[in-house]
Design a protein around this ligand. Structure first.
Ligand code: BG6
Ligand code: MG
Length: 214
């Protein structure tokens, strides 16, 4: 039986993926190229600096900047993103997320966050779901980014549950791959065509059948 649910944050519990996209798109436009929603799929679940490298590659500007300039660009993007998320509230919680968290709590299932974001704490606080989590692992607590499984295994280790007893909810290929490497069940949240690494895909957490997995 599964004992632990591990949630990615952006795009799974809260509708913040769109703000990441807007902030990156603004940077691309400043640099003079277009950054589409399709390009954006490659950035989901990926750390801030790696995201920048992928974006610059899209614009054929991969080797055009020094490390210092890149840090400046990433900081600019993050400042813009933080502006977007600074005023968000519970209306940004995605469909089905709140009731799933509540049902898992009622069943005594451990709940972990496994997010690449360094802004996870402020988001959880602003939308009011921080108290559901038994452990929070985010971009500040890990040294290796998804698809490395550290962001999920650290949560499981902290809670003392084995990896085979964990179910991961993810909207990114990098995150699903990380879950599989760890030996965890990988639930994709989104479109099947984007999430080929998932064990099973749900278009929304609303459709997730809790009795089947917990
Ligand atoms: C992930 C997002 O959750 O966090 C990525 O899917 C983002 O788009 C990454 O780049 C890092 O987030 P942040 O907030 O630390 O820049
Ligand atoms: Mg995500």
């Amino acid at each position: 039986p599964n004992k632990c649910a591990i949630f990615d944050l952006d795009g799974v519990l809260v509708d913040t993926a769109k703000y990441h996209y807007l902030a990156w798109k603004e940077l691309a436009e400043k640099l003079g190229f277009e950054f589409t929603l399709e390009h954006n799929e490659m950035l989901k679940g990926v750390s801030r600096m790696t995201s920048l490298d992928i974006l610059l590659d899209v614009g054929n500007m991969k080797d055009s900047f020094t490390e210092e300039e890149k840090v400046k660009m990433a900081t600019e993007k993050n400042n813009r993103y933080v502006e977007y998320i600074s005023n968000i509230d519970e209306s940004e919680i995605l469909d089905g997320a709140l009731s799933l968290l509540q049902e898992l709590k009622n069943k005594g299932i451990k709940i972990a966050l496994g997010s690449a974001s360094k802004n996870a704490q402020i988001i959880l606080k602003n939308v009011g779901i921080k108290s559901y989590f038994d452990v929070i692992v985010d971009g500040n607590s890990v040294s290796k980014a998804k698809p490395d499984p550290e962001v999920f295994t650290l949560g499981a280790d902290t809670l003392g549950v084995s990896y085979e007893e964990c179910v991961v909810f993810e909207d990114s290929q990098a995150g699903l791959e990380a879950a599989k490497i760890a030996g965890m069940l990988a639930i994709g949240v989104g479109q099947e065509k984007d999430l080929t690494k998932a064990d099973v895909v749900y278009s929304s957490l609303e459709d997730f059948d809790i009795e089947r997995y917990f």
